[in-house]
Design a protein around this ligand. Structure first.
Ligand SMILES: [Zn+2]
Ligand SMILES: [Zn+2]
Length: 150
């Protein structure tokens, strides 16, 4: 049987193809954005890659991956600035395995106030790198080494 795209159904791939009832806040050829089903803050959006990339461990130090993550962050920042302009704190980050819930690359975008349950249990108690990597930190890690000479 031809035509099947993936042997394992991935809920985020389905959302990226807009084949679910999840309303998309943004969509383009690289990424889509939607609300987290279990919001942990006043605004809590997810920005996912359209391509199925399992986790941050699958990203490499190369221009393609760097520009994808940079684009995910830009989309998340624009959405929060538009929908939560009065928030005084924003967070953008990725889960790192094994603490990721869905194995499809997704950027969490949060605008304060945060819901305390989230704050204490899931992310902050693990420390800044204990399960959640800030988007800017990830960008530093995968930033292509510039080769300006020769
Ligand atoms: Zn997927
Ligand atoms: Zn997550």
């Amino acid at each position: 049987m031809a035509g099947a795209t993936s042997p394992t159904p991935c809920v985020f791939c389905q959302i990226a193809r807009n084949s679910t009832s999840t309303p998309l806040l943004h969509s383009d050829e690289k990424v889509v954005a939607f609300q987290d089903i279990k919001p942990a803050a006043y605004r809590h959006y997810l920005v996912i890659s359209v391509d199925h990339i399992p986790t941050v461990r699958d990203l490499q130090r190369r221009a393609e991956d760097y520009s994808l993550v940079r684009h995910m962050l830009n989309v998340g920042q624009e959405l929060l600035q538009q929908d939560a302009p009065q928030s005084n704190q924003y967070r953008f980050g990725f889960h790192q395995p094994p603490l990721n819930s869905v194995n499809h690359l997704h950027l969490h975008c949060l605008a304060s106030p945060f819901i305390p349950r989230w704050k204490h249990v899931k992310y902050l108690s693990l420390g800044p790198l204990g399960g959640f990597i800030e988007a800017e930190k990830l960008l530093e890690k995968i930033k292509p080494l510039s080769s300006t000479s020769s």
